[in-house]
Write a protein that binds this ligand. Structure first.
Ligand SMILES: Cc1ncc(COP(=O)(O)O)c(C=O)c1O
Length: 359
């Protein structure tokens, strides 16, 4: 056998691999998965029924244009259908946005730490990441991000609420930032956790997009709507950005099962948002309990909490796992813990209490 291997693009060297949240063990104590910001509720019966019915024809390709879903989304958000673009999860749409805007020599700005797919999808396309540190309070530093813009900047991600810290940027500061961004630079408001926001000062990106042709809003069915396993997300953006997303889409990427589930979920929105409300109550309970235990945790508007544990991160994650909950450690930095079912949150709070007492 020859030693020569196929030539691969140099950009792929050193790409950090996406680290999915660790699954809960099928045996042993780690029964609850609080590591991927998933929705703990099982599918609604009506949604499951529609998906099951669609499964009977999966010998056929899906509707490539996602036409019915696009129409429902356009109506739901009060935007033209030509401004809606669907994709294989919002991470798929984020990758398409990079493909559409940023190649070798171009720069993509985002806060750090933030969603771990940003550096990966930027590097895959040969563009350069410009990571702007969060403030000491773990919030986007929008002034520093505006100052990082150069004539090579093509795209800026603003993750609101931010993954993994749960922190938000509010209306006045975000509008001030958008006013500073050149009109030929695309700003992507990644609102994967939008439905969990209760702070009235956090703007709805869809409102900001209406008057700003360089703003694109990213949303997903994976979190509040509980369809993580089906892979469907979408962007709302003006033309020509939305048209570019249609060009860069993987043909037939969004399965018919995902399209049907998304439509059924939009129609069952009240019930699904009721579940979100219960998770938000749990979030308040968890954050209050952590603070009462003596932890400092940033205000979160997402379905997870962030604990800056530094060197104790790995030990804390291990302690959680030993007691039955899997959390998401970022070694040397902190732990992100998804708000799950009450039993899982209770176990986590017991571990955090014991851990804090030993500090
Ligand atoms: C901020 C953010 N954006 C996008 C995504 C991607 O979600 P999906 O591809 O499932 O829509 C995630 C998932 O964790 C996320 O945290």
């Amino acid at each position: 056998m020859s030693e020569t291997s196929p030539k691969l693009r140099a950009e792929l060297e050193g790409i950090p691999t996406y680290k999915p949240g660790k699954p809960a063990a099928s045996d042993g104590p780690a029964a609850y998965k609080l590591s991927s910001n998933e929705n703990p509720y099982p599918p609604l019966p009506g949604v499951l029924e529609r998906v099951t019915a669609a499964a009977a024809s999966f010998n056929r390709y899906p509707d490539m244009a996602c036409a019915a879903l696009t129409e429902e989304l356009a109506e739901r958000f009060g935007v033209p259908a030509s401004h809606v673009a669907t994709g294989t999860g919002s991470v798929g749409v984020a990758q398409q946005l990079i493909q559409a805007t940023s190649g070798p020599g171009d720069e993509v700005i985002y806060a750090w730490r933030s969603f771990e797919a940003y550096p990966i999808i930027t590097q895959i396309n040969g563009a350069r990441s410009v990571q702007v540190p969060l403030t000491p309070g773990d919030v986007h530093d929008l002034d520093a991000m505006a100052e990082a813009i150069t004539d090579r900047t093509r795209l800026i991600f603003v993750c609101n609420p931010n993954n993994p810290t749960g922190t938000v940027v509010r209306r006045a500061e975000l509008e001030r930032f958008l006013d500073r961004v050149p009109k030929d630079v695309l700003v992507v408001l990644d609102e994967a956790y939008r439905e969990f926001i209760r702070d009235p000062e956090v703007p709805d990106g869809v409102e900001l997009y209406r008057e700003r042709p360089n703003v694109c809003v990213l949303r997903t069915f994976s979190k509040a709507y509980g369809l993580a396993g089906l892979r469907v997300g979408f962007a709302i953006a003006h033309e020509p950005v939305a048209a570019a997303l249609r060009k860069t889409a993987v043909p037939f990427g969004v399965s018919q099962l995902a399209q049907e589930a998304a439509i059924a979920s939009l129609r069952a929105e009240d019930e699904l948002l009721g579940r979100v409300g219960s998770l938000v109550c749990e979030r308040t309970r968890v954050v209050d309990a952590l603070r009462a235990q003596g932890w400092t945790v940033p205000e979160t508007q997402a379905n997870f909490v962030w604990m800056r544990l530094g060197e104790r991160t790995t030990a804390f994650a291990q302690a959680c796992e030993e007691h039955g909950v899997v959390v998401r450690p970022f070694a040397g930095e902190g732990v992100r813990v998804t708000i799950g079912e009450a039993e899982a949150n209770d176990i986590f709070l017991k571990v955090s209490e014991a851990f804090h007492k030993e500090l």
